[in-house]
Design a protein around this ligand. Structure first.
Ligand code: DP6
Length: 346
């Protein structure tokens, strides 16, 4: 366990339990993170650009108490030993910064299906870092929280911030310059997202394992990494200019490149269902009919259709009608992590 070099500004003194809760949103990357430069520090091999989603959140409460003998995790109301090791590793970083050795009871609830490619680890770990830091009395800046969240899950570094967010690759060996930064607030370009849910099962191969397998075995992985800075530059310019068509073109291309690299891994990674492909075709048809929308897909079968303001209802109706689509969610862009917000999860 390597404690990130972050100095504690305050730490709890008494033995009383310290509790805090936080709400963090999920996010989707328009320019994807796929591949690690360093697995130990969880440094991404490529930068990424994401949008934070208002309606897809994790509410997490953390209670540190000297009497707890081990960390405990309750996820959506049920004890969850599967994700406990990653939660403990994240808490260990914060305990190391605070200089304490108390265990925690963590309770987290998602407003959306867990582990099915809707970035529950991103919102979950962003909320965990902020809630645990507050419960320990640590005054960490958003950037420091982003660095710690990155260590837990790369995509969790981004939704510490709201709206449009860029995540940087490290240039320093210790990774202290690999953090996310806000680009535009949610209301500065109020895009909306329709999520077409085609399955609610947890995915077979996690993003972590999928990207490692892609790096180790896909003949397209190098091309993915090498062509990435150009995609980031195009997306940055499109966001700066609020150019929806340009952003959509580079986002769709970047998404398909990521999946092409994954599909060419050994054994191959195919995150899509038949309905995923039908949704892509439907989005293209909508666009051909003049509706401003583009798609993106993460490591799961769900299709996220990003809509210019005003397009959402037509997109939702069209995707809900695709055979194999079980449900649709609609969300605007949301704020960064909020500490003390939301009901106590439990
Ligand atoms: C396809 O952040 O889940 O969603 O750092 O190993 O936890 P770890 O990976 P994770 O990967 C997310 C991959 C992605 C693209 C993205 O969100 O940028």
């Amino acid at each position: 366990m390597i404690t990130p070099k972050i100095a504690a500004k305050a730490a709890p003194t008494g033995a009383a339990p310290t509790t805090a809760h936080a709400r963090a949103r999920s996010n989707i990357a328009l320019i994807k993170y796929w591949g690690k430069a360093d697995s130990r520090l969880n440094l991404p091999a490529v930068g990424s650009i994401s949008i934070t989603l208002e309606a897809l959140w994790s509410d997490t409460s953390v209670e540190f108490e000297a009497a707890h003998r081990v960390d405990e995790l309750t996820l959506n109301g049920e004890r969850n030993p599967n994700h406990l090791a990653r939660v403990t590793a994240c808490l260990d970083m914060l305990r190391g910064i605070a200089g304490v050795n108390v265990h925690a009871r963590v309770s987290s609830r998602n407003s959306f299906p867990t582990g099915a490619g809707l970035a529950s680890s991103a919102s979950g770990f962003a909320a965990l870092v902020s809630a645990a830091a507050a419960a320990l009395g640590l005054e960490l800046s958003p950037r420091e929280q982003s660095i710690i969240a990155r260590r837990a899950s790369g995509s969790a570094a981004r939704p510490i911030f709201g709206g449009f967010v860029e995540m940087h690759v490290a240039t320093r060996a210790d990774g202290t310059d690999s953090f996310a930064e806000p680009m535009l607030a949610a209301d500065e370009w109020p895009l909306e997202v329709v999520v077409a849910i085609t399955a609610t099962r947890e995915k077979d191969v996690s993003s972590s394992r999928g990207m490692t397998r892609s790096a180790e075995s896909s003949p397209y992985y190098r091309a993915w990494v090498d062509s990435h800075p150009a995609d980031l530059a195009v997306a940055r310019a499109a966001i700066g200019a609020r150019d929806f068509a340009a952003l959509g073109e580079v986002a769709e291309s970047n998404c398909l490149k990521m999946h092409a690299a994954a599909m060419a891994a050994a054994p191959p990674l195919l995150y899509w269902d038949g309905a995923t492909v039908e949704c892509l075709n439907r989005v293209r048809e909508l666009r051909a009919a003049g509706i401003p929308v583009f798609f993106t897909i993460d490591a799961g079968p769900q299709v996220k259709a990003v809509c210019a303001p005003g397009a959402r209802d037509a997109v939702r109706a069209a995707l809900a009608d695709v055979p194999g689509v079980l449900d649709t969610l609609v969300t605007g862009l949301g704020p960064g992590v909020e500490v003390g917000a939301g009901p106590g999860a439990g």
